[in-house]
Design a protein around this ligand. Structure first.
Ligand code: ADP
Length: 313
């Protein structure tokens, strides 16, 4: 399953057979993966997949039940102090102090790491410059996009070698999401290794490699491109005047293998890849669907993910 993707550099993060349960909830099970130096690596999966648990173990905030993990060669249990100084972390819910101003938040995080904003300004300049006009505003009064930029500036203030970002773009508008990914690419170019989690499938394509996660397990790890190229099934996009009835009709058709909503269309596969578009079309016309569209479509990473989910369920 873990194919060779051409990364031959030193591993910056290693995770071997990590499992963790909270009382009777098994949060993650036997996860192994490596993130190479300078890589932008994505943990992709829905709510409850185990992304936060894994990140909190790497951040030394939680101790695993089984397995080992290292960050730049340091063990997450034994060497936790070294790791905390070397890694920048942006937790899922913003870690900012809501009743401190933008500038006070930044100064606070700099002081915690025994440094100053001036000393590290170069690294955060491109990001901080965008929120500097609001430096006297309370963090609690910032928009989601601005909070995100401030949280990233705070995570960078001690010049970390590794950045761990837990769903940084969740709940942020589309423009800020795009800007955020551009900031990550710039930080990557400065040599920072980045592990980022997201529930947004479209963001997977912005990573060098991704781990697709579900219910505490890793389903596959690869470059987004290899994952998509590995999907060889024939896929159709279908829509009609009645999308609700369309999905029910398609799911009860004996030649349908899978049908799920994907934006304005349903994505549909046949029981075998010989099922032609005209067969779906004729069947749906008989079922009295109007404004029918059926056409071949190239898979996206979301289709790959849906297929993997079906294999494990
Ligand atoms: P994600 O970040 O992908 O949403 P989490 O790591 O937060 O996933 O959660 C993984 C699983 O562990 C979920 O089933 C979640 O409900 C459970 N879980 C997370 N934190 C706790 C906790 N403190 N106590 C009990 N169960 C938890």
């Amino acid at each position: 399953m873990f194919r060779d993707t051409g990364y031959k550099y030193a591993a910056m993060i290693t995770i071997q057979h990590i499992s963790k349960a909270y009382k009777n909830v098994q949060a993650i099970t036997d996860i192994s993966l490596e993130v190479q130096k300078g890589e932008l690596f994505g943990l992709i999966g829905p709510d409850g997949a185990g992304k936060t648990t894994l990140m909190r173990i790497l951040m030394t905030l939680l101790i695993q039940d089984k397995g080992t993990a290292t960050m730049n060669g340091f063990d997450v249990i034994k060497d936790y102090k070294k790791i905390r100084n070397m890694v920048g972390y942006m937790p899922g819910r913003f870690s900012l102090y809501q009743d401190l101003t933008v500038e006070e938040n930044l100064n606070f995080f700099a002081t915690v790491f025994k440094t100053t904003v001036a000393e590290n300004y170069e690294l955060i300049r491109d990001i901080y410059i965008q929120i500097e006009p609001f430096k006297n505003r309370l963090a609690g009064k910032l928009s989601g996009g601005m909070k995100q930029k401030l949280a990233l500036s705070c995570a960078l203030i001690h010049k970390p070698e590794i950045l761990i970002l837990d769903e940084p773009t969740t709940g942020v508008d589309a423009v800020s999401r795009k800007e955020f990914w551009e900031m990550l690419k710039n930080l990557q170019q400065k040599g920072i290794t980045i592990l980022v989690s997201t529930p947004y499938m479209d963001e997977a394509t912005l990573c060098n490699r991704v781990a697709l996660m579900q219910k505490g397990k890793v389903l596959d790890i690869d470059t987004p491109r290899n994952l998509v190229e590995g999907y060889t099934r024939k896929l159709y996009a279908i829509r009609s005047n009645d999308m609700h009835r369309l999905i029910l009709d398609l799911r009860s058709y004996e030649k349908t293998d899978s049908a799920y909503a994907f934006g304005q269309y349903l994505h549909v596969t046949g029981k075998d890849d010989e099922v032609e578009a005209t067969e779906f079309e004729n069947y749906l016309l008989k079922k009295d669907h109007h404004e029918l569209q059926v056409f071949d479509i190239a898979p996206t990473i979301e289709d790959v993910f849906m297929e993997l989910l079906r294999e494990v369920e």
